[in-house]
Structures are given as structure tokens and as C-alpha cells.
Design a protein around this ligand. Structure first.
Ligand SMILES: [Zn+2]
Length: 277
């Protein structure tokens, strides 16, 4: 498994995708947004690879930081097969709704941050359910309803299902953007991951972490802490200040890749629509 840092926003250790082996040649696990495709190509070249050496793209979910570049990538490499959850697939074929809601969220920042959002031709798409070229794909909802992860030989390609954790830190951020973060579903996902007893978690943000049990414990406790804060009536400013304090010296780095204000919005929406029992 090879980690490729795509240098999101020109910075290291923000978005890293993976080149993995499959039963049908090399695959990329997530691809990042269109804005970092030059970074992806440069990173692949460091491993002696070109985009056209990759046969499959395994997507965790359709958020732009993970899959925004898929359409442009297929345009450059029409032989690429793209695997995605059934719920995510229609949004790759027609990304217009996804783009509209992201533009509402990001405003003027959209183009520089994400770049072009191009459709993926239906003929390049495959639905990931169960076996995917030797990897076990399974639903990992919580961060998003359309999220899946892939497992083989002790390695979990987790995407955002195991949260965000920057190298050299112990803080696990339960990144929860709107619209469909689900705290209960996320706890079930943590159990589903533990049940497979992985030896390593391959995060997109960022890198491989091998203290799996402690990592998942931290993910679940941070998730509950955030939900409790929102349910106690914290507003956005107070929530962001508290979350920044949790992240300590690394707060700015976390905020760049998973903005705290956005997680507040997602968590608020969840708590408003799911009253505490
Ligand atoms: Zn996401």
C-alpha cells in the first residue's frame, strides 16, 4: 500500500490517497478533488506510476475532498473503473446537486478549493457491495449516509469513517459536515470496524494509524462529547473554541482540512432532527 500526499491547498498531510493492489491490478483509494490532480500525478510519479497505470478507483464516499476529481480523472483516463456505494453513484453521474449545495456552503472559495466537478460516465461506474476485487466493501455510515470502507488482510481503507487524525497526534476529530451525519450510525460503524479486528486504519486525513483500538475509542468519545455540547445549547463560536482547545497546538491544521464551523453545522442539524432519548 502506497500513500500519495496530494498536497491539498499546497500543504502536506491534509489529503493523502492510497495505491493498493487488487485482484485486477492497481487501484487508487479515493482521488481527492480536481484542484489536487496535479499533486496526485506528481505523487504517483514519485512511485514510478502514471494515472494510466491505475485500473480502478475505490471511493469511500462522494464528498469533494475524497471524490471531487473522479470525473476529470476518468476524462484523462477513460479506462478507469470507479467503484462507489449505490447511494453515492447517482451523484457521480450527475454532480449538479452536489455542486449546488457545495457552492452554497463554500461560496467564493469553491473554485480554488475544489476545482471542476465533472460527471463520471455511467459506463465507468460499478456499485461497490460486498467483494470488490478481493477487498470486502461494507457500509460505514455516520460521517455520511453513502460512506463505505474496504477491508483486506488487516488493512481498513477507512476514508472518513474513522475520523480525521493528523500524523504525530492522538486527537481524533469526528468530522461531521452537513447534511447527513448520524451519531448512532457512526457508533455502529465503529463496532463494525472493531468486529473485523483491523491491524491498521488508512485515513485520507491523514496517514496510517496502527493503534486501532485506542483510535476508535477516541473517535467515539469525541463524537459523544460534540453531540453533548450541541445538545447543551452551545452556539457555533463556543463549539469551535472548545473543539480548537481539544485539538490543542494542531487546531489550525485540523481546521484547514475539516473546518470546525462545518462540523458544528452538521452536528447541530443532527441534534435538532434527533432529539435525545
Ligand atoms: Zn467526507
Amino acid at each position: 500500500m502506497r500513500l500519495v500526499d496530494v498536497h491539498f491547498g499546497g500543504s502536506p498531510e491534509q489529503i493523502g490517497v492510497y495505491v493498493v493492489e487488487t485482484g485486477d491490478g492497481l487501484a487508487l483509494f479515493d482521488c481527492g478533488p480536481s484542484s489536487t490532480l496535479p499533486g496526485l500525478e506528481a505523487g504517483l510519479a514519485e512511485h514510478g506510476l502514471a494515472v494510466t497505470d491505475i485500473r480502478h478507483l475505490l471511493l469511500s464516499h462522494i464528498h469533494l475532498d475524497h471524490a471531487g476529481g473522479a470525473g476529470v480523472l476518468v476524462r484523462r483516463h477513460p479506462g478507469l473503473t470507479v467503484w462507489v456505494s449505490e447511494i453515492g453513484a447517482p451523484h457521480l453521474v450527475d454532480p449538479s446537486r452536489l455542486e449546488r449545495s457545495a457552492r452554497r456552503l463554500y461560496g467564493d472559495l469553491f473554485d480554488e478549493r475544489w476545482g471542476e466537478l465533472a460527471p463520471v460516465p455511467e459506463s465507468n461506474l460499478r456499485i461497490a457491495a460486498g467483494d470488490v476485487l478481493g477487498w470486502e466493501s461494507f457500509a460505514t455510515q455516520g460521517h455520511a449516509s453513502h460512506h463505505i470502507s474496504y477491508f483486506m488482510n488487516g488493512t481498513l481503507l477507512s476514508g472518513d469513517a474513522a475520523g480525521v487524525r493528523l500524523p504525530g497526534t492522538g486527537y481524533v476529530l469526528p468530522v461531521s459536515p452537513p447534511p447527513d451525519v448520524d451519531v448512532d450510525a457512526w457508533h455502529r460503524t465503529a463496532s463494525a470496524i472493531r468486529a473485523r479486528d483491523p491491524e491498521r486504519l488508512a485515513l485520507i486525513h491523514f496517514g496510517v494509524h496502527e493503534d486501532v483500538s485506542a483510535h476508535l475509542d477516541r473517535l467515539e468519545s469525541e463524537l459523544d462529547r460534540w453531540a453533548a455540547r450541541v445538545r447543551s445549547g452551545m452556539d457555533q463560536d463556543a463549539f469551535v473554541a472548545a473543539a480548537r482547545a481539544d485539538a490543542g497546538d494542531h487546531a489550525d491544521r485540523y481546521d484547514r482540512v475539516a473546518p470546525f464551523w462545518q462540523s458544528f453545522a452538521g452536528m447541530k442539524r443532527y441534534c435538532d432532527t434527533h432529539p435525545a432519548a
